[in-house]
Design a protein around this ligand. Structure first.
Ligand SMILES: [Fe+2]
Length: 292
């Protein structure tokens, strides 16, 4: 017979899941991620992740190692193609910060591509399953992260549009994405590491079976379609998916941990005054499946 301590450690009754409007995004309370996550706790978190797509954990003053360890519960970690953002000695932790060593701001947001709608690493053959972000420094005004529920948006598409995009694929291109967002051009090394790939315009979630619109800034154009016509279709789908009724707006607090399912969401960062406001996030991503 199991003793009381074993029963206690195998319980997740202390974990509470509080969904936001439409069940999109949920806040998880009753857990301290720095202590590690038991199997029972992970089961609750994982189910909430599938149900609500974006999870918020408040007041989690994590270091990089436990941050990375928590993300690794979801699968294999994936470094970022932009080596300049990698944390020293921890290549799977990326730091996006406008704070210099002397404590002053650099004056610019560290990655312009994050300011436009995108889904993480869709320019790779196996885009990110989840991204786990934490916030050592936040802007007092602006800098919110917005999420779009691309599965609910897909469901609301007219049937003819679902049929039209059902057989279509888009090219996702890191180099083109950077030019569109006004970032420095991709290097030859980066393009060799992440050559353009194609993914379905509507992907099927490998765990829930739900279909979702799969576009965003990394999507360049549509395969076997006139270039401008394809770009217009991508823009139309993005505009549809980012209507107010599909959005969760995350207002950051210091020491938030925020994670999301890249297979059924898009996100972007709201602009802020990067000359005055200090903003830093640490990011760990988990590699996902090839979209189908
Ligand atoms: Fe992102």
């Amino acid at each position: 017979m199991a003793d009381a301590a074993a029963i206690e450690s195998n319980s997740a009754d202390h974990v509470t899941v509080s969904p936001h409007a439409h069940g999109f995004a949920a806040e998880i309370t009753g857990i301290n991620l720095a202590d590690g996550v038991s199997d029972a706790e992970f089961a609750v978190i994982h189910q909430a992740f599938l149900d609500h797509k974006v999870l918020v954990f408040r007041d989690q003053p994590l270091e990089d190692a436990p941050h990375q360890a928590f993300a690794a519960r979801f699968g294999e970690l994936d470094g970022h193609i932009n080596k300049s953002t990698r944390q020293k000695g921890m290549p799977n932790v990326q730091v996006f910060s406008n704070v210099k060593a002397d404590g002053k701001t650099t004056g610019v947001h560290p990655e312009k591509g994050t300011l436009v709608w995108h889904t993480d690493k869709s320019y790779t053959a196996t885009p990110s399953l989840t991204t786990v972000l934490r916030s050592p420094a936040i802007a007092s005004k602006g800098g919110d992260t917005l999420f779009a529920d691309t599965a609910r948006a897909y469901e609301a598409l007219p049937e003819p549009t679902k049929n039209k995009i059902g057989g279509l694929r888009a090219i996702h291109d890191w180099g083109r994405s950077r030019l569109k967002s006004g970032e420095r051009p991709a290097t030859e090394e980066e393009m060799a590491a992440a050559p353009p790939v194609d993914h379905p315009l509507a992907r099927t979630h490998p765990e829930t079976g739900a279909k979702a619109i799969y576009v965003g800034n990394h999507a360049s154009h549509v395969v076997d379609m006139d270039r401008s016509e394809g770009e217009a279709l991508l823009a139309e789908l993005e505009a549809h998916a980012t209507q107010a009724q599909y959005i969760y707006r995350h207002k950051w607090r210091v020491n938030d941990v925020l994670m999301w399912d890249n297979r059924c969401t898009m996100h972007c960062v709201e602009p802020y005054d990067a000359a005055k406001e200090k903003r830093a996030v640490h990011r760990v991503v988990v590699k996902g499946d090839k979209p189908v």
